[in-house]
Design a protein around this ligand. Structure first.
Ligand code: SAH
Length: 202
């Protein structure tokens, strides 16, 4: 079982996610934004997968997808993005045959300035994560930003952590990050990488 090492970062957790993910993206890569929300991660991924790449973006709220569509249209990268109005629990059904995902981002919780009743849930979050991990490229990377300040946030964080802890050591490298202002209700970032089996962490 992988030991999840907890580290503290001076970076914003969102930046600790994007700078790490972008290192494995290239022109032509497949990336997934598991929770489109305000669309910033979708925008970032669309830029990094280049004109030949593809981004799949999921959200259950039409308003979130509409906002993301506007952003992508504005910067001219909508052509490589599929915005999917469905639960990420169905993620596996939307993957192309033999899909190899290079990068996937989860940004959990509720949509800021949106309906705070609509939050990600542990069971569907774990289903989406299973689908991503099952289709992740070797050296592919996944980031999960878990918010613990709202009702439902801590149970989701706990369940997610339990799921990650029972993954096999090969091929998974799992890290957890707290910010310098960490408290029991602060967000935490998980970073998961698929290594070549028996490859040492570099
Ligand atoms: N908490 C973050 C934003 C998270 S947005 C921040 O503060 O920046 C999370 C998004 O996930 C919301 O837009 C919500 O509609 C979406 N969501 C919730 N459940 C979902 C599901 N089962 N499938 C896909 N998207 C979902």
């Amino acid at each position: 079982m992988p030991k999840i090492i907890l580290a503290v970062t001076e970076q914003r957790l969102t930046a600790a996610a994007t700078t790490w993910i972008e290192a494995v993206l290239f022109n032509g890569a497949l990336a997934v934004d598991v929770t489109v929300g305000n669309g910033y991660d979708t925008l970032f991924l669309a830029h990094r997968v280049g004109p030949k790449g593809t981004v799949l973006g999921f959200d259950v709220q039409k308003a979130a997808l509409a906002g993301a569509r506007e952003l992508l249209k504005f910067v001219g990268t909508l052509d490589r993005v599929s915005l999917i109005h469905d639960s990420h629990a169905q993620l596996a059904n939307y993957l192309p045959a033999e899909a190899s995902i290079q990068g996937a981002m989860f940004n959990l919780g509720y949509l800021p300035r949106g309906n705070r009743q609509i939050i990600t849930r542990p069971d569907t979050t774990v289903m989406a994560l299973r689908a991503v991990l099952a289709n992740l490229a070797t050296r592919g990377r996944v980031t999960i930003l878990a918010y613990r300040g709202h009702a439902g946030g801590i149970p989701e964080y706990v369940e997610l952590r339990q799921f990650l802890e029972q993954l096999p050591d090969d091929p998974w490298i799992i890290e957890e990050f707290a910010s310098i202002t960490d408290s029991p209700v602060s967000p935490r970032l998980f970073r998961i990488q698929k290594k070549l089996v028996s490859e040492e962490q570099t």
